[in-house]
Unconditional design. Sequence first.
Length: 391
Amino acid sequence: MKITGVKTACIKESFEWILVRVYTDDGPVGLGECYWGAGVETVVHGLEPLLLGEDPQNIEWLYHKMVRGMSGAGSTAGTVVTAISGVELALWDLKGKALGAPIYNLLGGRYRESIPIYLDTGGGGKPEVEAWIKQAKRGLGLGFTALKFDTPFPPEAREPSAGDKRKQSVSRFVRGEKRLRYKTIDLIVKLMGAVREAVGPDTDLALDCHWSYPARDAITLARELEPVRLMWLEDPTPPDNIEALKRVTDSSPVPICSGENLYTRHGFRTMITTQAVDIIQPDIPKVGGLLEAKKIADLADIYYTPMAVHNVSSPVATIAACHVCTTIKNFQIMEFHCSDVAWWNDVVVTDAPIIEDGFVTPPDRPGLGYELNEEVARAHLVKGGSWFGES
């Protein structure tokens, strides 16, 4: 079996989901997905010549061939690693189909039967107690027992920009204040305290700061939030400085979680070995793929650091990530970001919800275990986008 082509298609809701297919001369086709980002599809197309004629089952070799082949373009981080990740996911689907085995059985077999999922509720709507409680109860009504909120921004930073949801979200983060004032801390504690009281002690709660604060302000916030008993405080400081993040972790009574901006095990090495966080959180279709995620988890496990998974993907990458997470000893929980996308579940062919009562159970069918629902995917193709190489 030899690779004959690598093609992409991009579908869109609030994020762009870049789908990858790896074709062979022997029939099977592998399906993967890259994290969104400018230029990712172009890089995937640039990887195709490196893969043509290769045996798709030699995934470790092909991963390193792609990294070395794109080294001039910067293959240690960023867009190139993201593109390689999507191809790598597709190779695992292809190998599973060729061998008649689910992906998790190719990665060591199940350590757990199903994957717990937390719901990212966003900002809870307006920074008001009633809105946040309503959002929390909506999450519980959907069957989730773990919820994440975003820290609110002051009114002057909340004017939405024109454009889609992602542009509005980015605008909020860019325009948010850097100094965390006490009135904002009091508001955050009030909101999260009210949510805790509303959902009770058995629901896990997390709070995402989106890299917004200086270390001292993040420490103050963490101390004020201690009574809320958070699962974690996420990305409290800008992502460029591991030492500042470690300062927060060392002084925080609340677990600190970070990692979605890092690439490959080399990118995670300092964070893990210095124990700069309590929980690492890679994004699997961005970090290097399934095998790289497992290597990162194994490194973290040496330091008794659990791994959560950041996830804003379609069902394709979500299910692929679940396959590797079910094999990981120190895995904790995975994110779900798309509860407001009515057609999310329908991107793949299935007669049942992928997420049931806050869990995903990877199917025992070969490869990924699901095929792309072409009718739904085509209906949401980005404007001007191609369908796996079709003109």
